[in-house]
Design a protein around this ligand. Structure first.
Ligand SMILES: [Zn+2]
Length: 272
C-alpha cells in the first residue's frame, strides 16, 4: 500500500470515528450507554435463571416465582407508571421484564440487570403500591444509565489490579523470600484497598443517581395527578430496612443517600 493511500485511509477512519462520536454525543445520556451493557445484562440474567433452577440451596434466592394475578398486576402497574413518567422514552421500554424471585425472607431486595428487574417476594409483600413504584423507578434508573456495565467494568479492573498485586507478591517471594507479610500488606494498603474504596464510592454515586432519576419521575407522576410522591423513595427504604430516617442517617453507608432524600436535594436537580 502506498504512503498516500495509507494517509487517506487514516483520514477517512478519523472522519468516521468523528461522525460516530458526534452522533453519540448528540443523543440523550441514556442512549449513549453502549449496547454491550444489554448483552452483559442478558448473559447475567441467563446465568441467574439457571442458578435459580439448579435446586442448590445457595442459589435458591434466585428461583423465579410465578406471580399471582394480584402480584402481576401490582408489578405491571408500577412499571407502567414509570414508563408514563418517563414519557415512554426508556431504553428498554418494550423489553423490560419484572421478575419475581424467592429471595431471602428476611432480606427484601430488588436489583436491575440490564432489561431484567428482579423483585424479591419479601419486598413485594412488605411495600405498598406507591413504595413499590418508587423501588421500580429506582431500578429502572440504574438500567437507564447502564450502571451494570460500569459496575462490571470496575470489577474486572479490580481483578486485574489484584492479579498485578499477586504477581508483585510472587516476585518478592522469589527474590526475597517474603510471602505472607507482603501479600497482606498489598491487600490491606495497596491497590486492592484503594480499589475497594473506589468501588464503594462508585456504587454510592450510582445509588444517588438512580434515586435522583426516580425522584424526577415520581414528581412527574404527582403532577399528573397520581398518588405517587418523591417521598415514597425514603419511605420505601425505611420500610425495607425497618428503621426510622434518623437511624438511617446514622448509618455511614446510607447517610449520603438518605440525607439527599430527606432534604429533597433532587428537586429540580440534574441527575449526573
Ligand atoms: Zn440501587
Amino acid at each position: 500500500m502506498t504512503h498516500q493511500i495509507r494517509v487517506k485511509r487514516r483520514i477517512a477512519l478519523g472522519m468516521l470515528l468523528g461522525l460516530f462520536a458526534t452522533v453519540g454525543l448528540s443523543k440523550p445520556a441514556a442512549a449513549r450507554v453502549p449496547y454491550v451493557d444489554t448483552i452483559l445484562g442478558r448473559d447475567i440474567a441467563a446465568i441467574l435463571a439457571l442458578a435459580g433452577r439448579s435446586g442448590l440451596e445457595v442459589t435458591a434466592p434466585f428461583r423465579e416465582l410465578t406471580p399471582t394475578a394480584r402480584a402481576k398486576s401490582r408489578l405491571e402497574n408500577a412499571y407502567f407508571r414509570v414508563s408514563l413518567a418517563s414519557d415512554f422514552s426508556l431504553r428498554y421500554l418494550k423489553t423490560h421484564h419484572l421478575i419475581l424471585i424467592a429471595g431471602l425472607p428476611d432480606e427484601p431486595n430488588a436489583f436491575a440487570v440490564g432489561e431484567a428487574i428482579y423483585i424479591s417476594r419479601a419486598l413485594l409483600d412488605l411495600l405498598d403500591d406507591q413504595q413499590l413504584t418508587a423501588v421500580v423507578a429506582h431500578e429502572v434508573g440504574h438500567a437507564e444509565r447502564g450502571h451494570l456495565l460500569e459496575r462490571m467494568g470496575n470489577l474486572y479492573a479490580g481483578v486485574l489490579v489484584h492479579f498485578w498485586d499477586t504477581l508483585v507478591a510472587d516476585w518478592r517471594y522469589l527474590s526475597r523470600g517474603q510471602i505472607d507479610e507482603t501479600m497482606a500488606e498489598l491487600i490491606s494498603k495497596g491497590h486492592w484497598a484503594t480499589l475497594l474504596q473506589t468501588l464503594g464510592q462508585v456504587e454510592l454515586g450510582q445509588e444517588i443517581q438512580a434515586d435522583c432519576i426516580a425522584w424526577q419521575w415520581l414528581e412527574s407522576l404527582n403532577r399528573l395527578g397520581y398518588r405517587n410522591r418523591p417521598d415514597d423513595l425514603l419511605s420505601s427504604i425505611e420500610t425495607l430496612v425497618g428503621v426510622s430516617v434518623d437511624s438511617l442517617m446514622r448509618e455511614e453507608s446510607l447517610a449520603p443517600r438518605v440525607s439527599r432524600l430527606k432534604y429533597r436535594a433532587h428537586t429540580g436537580g440534574r441527575c449526573y
